[in-house]
Design a protein around this ligand. Structure first.
Ligand SMILES: Cc1cc2nc3c(=O)[nH]c(=O)nc-3n(C[C@H](O)[C@H](O)[C@H](O)COP(=O)(O)OP(=O)(O)OC[C@H]3O[C@@H](n4cnc5c(N)ncnc54)[C@H](O)[C@@H]3O)c2cc1C
Length: 397
């Protein structure tokens, strides 16, 4: 939609093929209906790809300010929160879709809804194949079909297939920003427990990274914002058949020793109280129950009956709660897909294909994935902008 608006404004004729009956289905549900449209803090570290230069080049040509100015020119104001995340001023995702679709309509852009492209070929000009027939005579094509995440909203890998037919290499897709499945006997018991934790990721027993944030136990495993953030790395490790585990510090204000000292102190204060009740004052009672059960400590033991060794085990379990990750919840539950069309075959200035002249790509169909925080939309807008600029440059009107 970004590319189409730009090209229509520059006087080009544009047709959009959309398999769904509506445009922007992912936008509508994004950011819990608020649409985290971009982020004030932009740098390659927020994108997951080996080629920093590629993303740096794109961000230097289309940064936060440029997107904000562009959206303003369409009539959309945005605001940013203290963490940099930006949203439409209305705080409603719907306004983003409305503004783009109305602008397209006003500029005379034609949207062919419920037209799924099954093939594109080029004999001088491009020819598009849909179930409804052939659409011929296009000078340029931009493939912006997204990736396979969230198939209920239209996510699929048809763009990869189309790109492959032009000789492009596809980096295998993997789900990101996705909940994780655990091999964990107490998942059902803990389902619904949400807590702020320090989550450390281990891949093949090697410590990879630590994230602070909310985690949510679910009946299949674990979710929550910190888990979605860490899922980018988990998913890649799983794709590479590596062993993944998480260590959760469920009381991140404490390390093992300070927590043990704190529990000892509490036990001295209330020697008559059960250890379960004492722990339930520190963390969710469901977690307290599971921890005591796992350690084989009787929940009814009073503070005066508990010994130092048991306290050490309890504090170790709370600060180093280990879980094995067996999988992600897959594309069905993912917000985005990693992998896609290899960026080595894309001109970073124009998003043009290095394999086929006048063919362009933008958005999630490419092997670029952003972290949570508005980065995936920013990349989609930025690459959409550059693709339109690329077409404008070679077809000067
Ligand atoms: C639940 C959820 C929440 C999200 N929240 C955020 C957020 O707050 N911030 C953020 O930055 N990102 C968010 N994302 C990610 C973001 O939505 C995507 O990265 C972004 O939409 C990618 O844009 P795109 O234009 O490349 O692809 P898409 O938005 O997926 O658009 C591709 C379009 O192409 C159509 N299509 C696909 N194949 C064909 C075909 N063969 N023929 C015709 N049409 C086709 C699809 O129907 C779709 O309309 C979220 C995603 C989900 C699922």
């Amino acid at each position: 939609m970004m590319s189409a608006v730009m090209l229509l404004r520059a006087g080009f004729e544009v047709d959009i093929f959309e398999q769904n009956s509506k445009a922007g289905k992912k936008i509508l549900v994004s950011g819990n209906g608020h649409c985290n449209i971009t982020n004030k803090n932009q740098s390659p570290e927020y994108y997951l790809l080996d080629n920093n230069q590629f993303i740096q080049g794109i961000l230097s040509r289309f940064d936060f300010k440029k997107l904000e100015t562009y959206l303003n020119s369409l009539g959309l104001n945005i605001f940013s929160k203290s963490d940099g995340k930006a949203y439409p001023l209305s705080y409603e995702a719907k306004s983003v879709v409305l503004i783009f679709t109305q602008t397209l309509q006003k500029l005379g852009g034609k949207i062919f809804y419920e037209h799924k492209i099954t093939d594109i070929n080029k004999h001088g000009l491009f020819c598009i194949t849909c179930k409804q027939g052939l659409f011929d005579g296009y000078d340029s094509v931009i493939i912006t079909s997204g990736g396979p995440a969230a198939p209920r909203l239209g996510g699929n890998d048809s763009g990869h297939t189309l790109a492959r037919s032009f000789g492009h290499t596809i980096v295998p897709a993997y789900p990101v920003l996705v909940p994780l499945v655990l091999d964990f006997a107490h998942a059902k018991e803990l389902s619904g427990v949400k807590t702020y934790a320090k989550t450390t990721l281990f891949v093949n027993n090697k410590q990879e990274m630590t994230i602070y944030g909310d985690i949510l136990f679910t009946k299949y495993g674990i979710s929550g914002l910190a888990i979605l953030d860490i899922s980018l790395y988990v998913s890649l490790a799983i794709l590479n058949h590596q062993r993944v585990s998480l260590s959760l510090n469920l009381l991140p204000a404490f390390d093992r020793q300070t927590l043990a000292r704190q529990i000892v102190k509490l036990c001295k204060n209330v020697p008559y109280m059960s250890i379960f009740t004492i722990l339930s004052g520190m963390l969710s009672h469901k977690l307290a129950s599971v921890i005591l059960k796992t350690l084989g400590v009787d929940a009814d033991l009073t503070a005066s009956q508990i010994n130092q060794k048991q306290i050490n085990h309890i504090s170790n379990s709370i600060t180093n709660f280990k879980v094995q990750v067996t999988n992600t919840r897959g594309f069905e539950y993912a917000e985005a897909a990693g992998g896609g069309i290899s960026i080595d075959e894309i001109d970073a200035k124009t998003m043009g294909s290095k394999k086929c002249k006048n063919l362009y790509f933008a958005g999630e169909v490419l092997d670029v994935v952003g972290k949570r925080g508005g980065y995936n939309f920013h990349f989609a807008f930025a690459s959409g902008f550059l693709a339109a600029e690329g077409i404008k440059t070679i077809n000067k009107k």
